[in-house]
Write a new protein. Structure first.
Length: 142
């Protein structure tokens, strides 16, 4: 009887170890996704990202745009503060014109809040952090 018990415990230990390794891997992948820095969004990964994350804030910007550069530190702060709650990304409109055209981004900076893959809010211009936070909070509660 003792041999059967040891064999059972051994098999159980292997299964627990396997489950632990899978969960650790899943945790590490989620941790990478919940970065404290805004993610780089492109035409090719835009749909995948906004459909993967329940709530996303995408900053449509360009390097030459002074208001965009002025807003950048705020976007970085929001990425850190909302890590794990909302996805924060940046899309360079010069490098990714298809997505900017699809969403009819005519002025930058433009911030688009996506929920369930659909646009639910839009903020145009260099605005204060509190304005952006209020919009995010409004859509987090729904």
């Amino acid at each position: 009887m003792s041999g059967k018990r040891e064999q059972f415990i051994s098999e159980e230990d292997r299964e627990l170890k396997r489950i632990r390794e899978i969960k650790l891997q899943e945790f590490m992948e989620r941790k990478l996704e919940m970065s404290t820095q805004p993610a780089h969004i492109t035409d090719s990964n835009f749909n995948e990202i906004v459909n993967k994350h329940p709530l996303a804030l995408i900053d449509f910007w360009a390097e030459w745009c002074a208001p965009c550069r002025a807003l950048a530190p705020t976007i970085e702060e929001l990425a850190s503060e909302y890590s794990g709650k909302a996805f924060i990304g940046k899309l360079d409109v010069d490098e990714n014109p298809e997505t900017a055209e699809l969403f009819q981004v005519l002025s930058i900076p433009t911030l688009i809040i996506m929920k369930g893959g659909k646009e639910v809010d839009r903020i145009v211009g260099c605005v204060q952090k509190g304005h952006i936070q209020a919009a995010l909070k409004k859509h987090m509660g729904q």
